[in-house]
Design a protein around this ligand. Structure first.
Ligand code: AHR
Length: 333
């Protein structure tokens, strides 16, 4: 009897292992569906591990995802990691234990995911990256990555600045407010911005520090920079919230944001757009938080056994002060 049970267990293990290899198909292969394809929509369960609630962007992203799942009638299990990787890893492990059909998440930082994503793969649960990428050599750990091109966003911010100072050789002192250290948007926006300004020796990033994508962080870092830097011409804040915090610090120091110090930000959430329309920010590169409907599309396709592209880039634009005035009345977030 024992032997029979033993043989069955061994057989089950083989079945389980072979299911793994098709359960989370490598993203590079065009990603066929895993999990339990062709379920009724209201039977599908998706676990979503969110970064936190650090910014207006994140709040809009969370709302859009929750609303989209409600509208589609697909079950959503949602967790907030409070910007801590260990919390996100625990949330993903708990989704694996609950045997959800899909796991979606926006990684707080780029590295350190191979172990937990390997566990999801072994359990046959396909993983969808939304908003931020992971830095892993093993692209079979996730099905697809849906989100912005952060390098392009940084480059567009830098290109605008270069254009503003075209034909001038006076020194331009820039301070950069970085997002969360180790996160994809902080790394990539920094790379794109540096690349855009590098051909202009008069443009120098004289200080660069993290404000963790929060308004309070942006304010605190800007206060310190205003004290330590004798001359600041430009602030590049890697998101609106840090830019809005910087505005408070600049005003408290008796300077006029948007005039004495130019400000460029990324996101284009409502408060950022209002500050741009009011002349306190000079330029915003959009980063769209509205990823919910595209995430639903991916889940539906995988459930139907269809393939999805390994990379889905979000459509985005840029805003000048005049464009912000025009766009604000119809802005949804
Ligand atoms: O990953 C997207 C970034 O994260 C947004 O630009 C920022 O506001 C958020 O916190």
């Amino acid at each position: 009897m024992k032997k029979t049970v033993g043989l069955f267990a061994a057989g089950a293990l083989v079945v389980a292992l072979s299911a793994c290899s098709t359960g989370a198909t490598p993203a590079g292969s065009g990603g066929a569906a895993g999990g339990a394809p062709n379920k009724a929509l209201d039977q599908i369960v998706v676990g979503f591990a969110q970064v936190g609630a650090e910014s207006g962007w994140r709040t809009a992203n969370t709302k859009d995802i929750q609303d989209s799942f409600k509208e589609a009638g697909i079950q959503l299990k949602f967790s907030d990691a409070q910007q801590k990787q260990e919390n996100q890893i625990s949330a993903i492990r708990s989704y694996i234990q609950q045997n959800v059909d899909y796991i979606a998440f926006s990684p707080v930082v780029q590295t350190g995911w191979d172990a937990v994503l390997g566990e999801a793969k072994a359990a046959g649960i396909p993983v969808i990256l939304t908003d931020r990428a992971v830095d892993s050599k093993d692209t079979s750990l996730y099905i697809t990555f849906l989100g912005s091109d952060f390098v392009k966003e940084g480059k567009e911010a830098g290109d605008w600045l270069v254009q503003q100072y075209q034909g001038k050789s006076d020194p331009v002192n820039i301070v950069q407010l970085e997002g969360t250290t180790g996160s994809a948007p902080a790394i990539d926006r920094g790379t794109g911005f540096a690349d855009a300004i590098k051909a202009n020796p008069n443009m120098k990033v004289v200080a660069s520090q993290t404000g963790d994508f929060t308004r309070a962080g942006g304010k605190q870092v800007m206060e310190a920079m205003l004290k330590s830097q004798p001359k600041i011409d430009v602030v590049f804040a890697q998101n609106d919230d840090m830019g809005l915090g910087a505005i408070e610090a600049i005003e408290a120091a008796g300077k006029v944001p948007g005039k004495d110090i130019k400000i460029i930000t990324v996101d284009a959430v409502h408060d950022g757009m209002q500050a741009l329309a009011d002349g306190k920010i000079n330029y915003i590169v959009e980063c769209s938080p509205l990823l919910g409907k595209q995430l639903i599309d991916i889940v539906k396709k995988l459930n139907a056994g269809e393939s999805v592209p390994q990379r889905i880039v979000t459509d985005e634009t840029t805003f000048t002060q005049d464009q912000a005035k025009e766009a604000l009345p119809n802005r949804k977030y």
